[in-house]
Design a protein around this ligand. Sequence first.
Ligand SMILES: C[S@@+](CC[C@H](N)C(=O)[O-])C[C@H]1O[C@@H](n2cnc3c(N)ncnc32)[C@H](O)[C@@H]1O
Length: 251
Amino acid sequence: MTSQSDDRSYGKTAHLYDLFDRKENIEFFYHYASQADEVLDIGAGTGRIAIPLAERGLQVCCVEPPPAMRREFEKKLARRPELADRIWLISGDARSFDVHRTFPSAFLSGCFDHFLDDQERRASLLNIGRHLAPNGILVFDVFLGLMKDTPLSPAGRVGVGTRKIRRFVGGKVLPGQKKEVTLVFEVVQDGQIVERIKERGLVGITSRGNVHRALKEAGFEVSREWRDYDFKPYQEGDSLLIVEARNQSWR
Ligand SMILES: C[S@@+](CC[C@H](N)C(=O)[O-])C[C@H]1O[C@@H](n2cnc3c(N)ncnc32)[C@H](O)[C@@H]1O
């Protein structure tokens, strides 16, 4: 098992993560998580989803590898001591974490893309299956529209006090079905760029067929597929695929 590489560390940009991830998917994941009173959040990041779920009374076990992301998460938790007994944050990788128990459901938000090849996808799904109860639900999103190079382009701007932070994103397809994603953040004050942070990361390129195959090999059965977080059904060709699958490995 290889350890997490710096390519996935968010080491320079974790403190900016929440400013730009504005995906409206908390209600979506709450819909699944609230079918029981506890849930497993893999690749939990800064707790963007886990914290609102805990605020609504759920117990959330969070797995997150890079220390930089966990530090941001912990800073937020330190300001919310009332949530301390509802959130259990561990350092771990989807492929190998072990919390010695099962959950009724698990989700990955924005994390499956970080699995770089079929071996990682399979190992992660197998390990997640080991943490799910019989017929337990796994929900995750995966981006299928990664096949092209994309030039570095503006991808959001946010005001923070007297400063503006601009984000740029670009991507380059690499051999072996991977894509190098470049993130650039520019901090602007009084019209001047006062800081520029650049970070590169790798994501895996996959297809719907491949996702189905990996799930089947790991003992999951696909039960629903969505094209967005408003529960609209997936249609062939959509670039965002959200999968709901059931753990059948106990059969
Ligand atoms: C796009 S962020 C999403 C964070 C959070 N789930 C959210 O929706 O706000 C992807 C997260 O997956 C984590 N991640 C990447 N590779 C992982 C792996 N092999 N196992 C577990 N988490 C991983 C990253 O560290 C990062 O926090």
